[in-house]
Design a protein around this ligand. Structure first.
Ligand code: ADP
Ligand code: C5P
Length: 243
């Protein structure tokens, strides 16, 4: 016989109180290593999931008029160039499953511009940027840490092409900035953060096997998350009806 007890499943369901935490992924690596390319490949293979991409570049601090006059002396590859407090609070908000507004950054004027972009809650949050594995507080929010490892000569070649075509720079300017700031900061801050990575991807977006394995792992993790949501309901079912 089946006897119903007095508790209603909707009042007792532990599932209602489960925090809806997204799976957080960090993708770091040197300039033009293929971070964006890797993220886009992961996102395109996760078509059945809600995924959002947050770019560390959005959190660059605006240059002051004084700094703008001496822009060639400014190190955009130093951790202090980013507003990491704001990045951290945005990531914490997304981790709680809430929407957030992230700033927009203009590489031509070196300024934060416009009202920002709304980032909706998602099942998977990907944070991409040269220094996303540098700060311990940011690292602690990440469930999966990836480092994209591409030879520096390839990266410089890509950077020259991209910055002259997309970011309004001339070749001499790109080479000077690379020698003065980009390379030394890579050696001092970015490369040492590789040791925190769970996965190192050689050759970036060309590495189909690595992308495929990462996507499979995310599917497995989200599958486990779904089971956690189902089990409390089963628990309520059996505690509600005495068989
Ligand atoms: P990051 O986000 O690390 O700066 P991107 O993914 O934006 O790197 O790539 C930087 C530049 O290099 C882009 O212009 C991109 O089109 C190019 N690029 C990226 N991966 C490859 C690749 N595997 N082969 C050739 N060009 C690439
Ligand atoms: O997309 P990517 O990871 O290459 O972006 C980071 C790079 O952008 C840094 O290496 C930094 O030198 C460069 N940058 C720049 N000008 C800015 C902001 C960042 O050249 N205003």
């Amino acid at each position: 016989s089946v006897k119903s007890n007095s508790r209603s499943p909707s009042q007792t369901s532990p599932a209602k109180h489960l925090p809806k935490q997204p799976f957080m992924i960090g993708v770091a690596g040197g300039t033009a290593s293929g971070k964006t390319t890797v993220c886009n490949l992961i996102i395109s293979q996760l078509h059945d999931q809600r995924v959002v991409l947050v770019n560390q570049d959005s959190f660059y601090r605006s240059l002051t008029p004084e700094q703008l006059k001496n822009v060639k002396e400014y190190n955009f590859d130093h951790p202090d160039a980013f507003n990491t407090e704001l990045l951290l609070s945005c990531m914490e908000t997304l981790k709680r499953g809430e929407a957030v507004t992230t700033p927009n950054y203009d590489f031509k004027t070196h300024q934060s511009v416009g009202p920002g972009s709304k980032v909706n809650p998602a099942d998977i949050v990907i944070l991409e940027g040269i220094l996303v594995l540098h700060d311990e507080r940011v690292r602690d929010l990440l469930n999966m840490k990836i480092f994209v490892d591409t030879d520096s000569d390839l990266r410089l070649a890509r950077r020259i092409k991209r910055d002259t075509v997309e970011r309004g720079r001339d070749v001499q300017n790109v080479l000077d900035q690379y020698a003065k700031f980009v390379k030394p900061s890579f050696d001092e801050f970015i490369l040492p953060s590789k040791k925190y990575a769970d996965i190192i991807i050689p050759r970036g977006g060309d590495n189909e096997v690595a992308i495929d394995l990462i996507v499979q792992h995310i599917h497995t993790k989200l599958g486990q998350h779904d089971l956690c949501k189902i089990y409390p309901n089963l628990f309520v079912f059996f505690s509600t009806f005495q068989i």
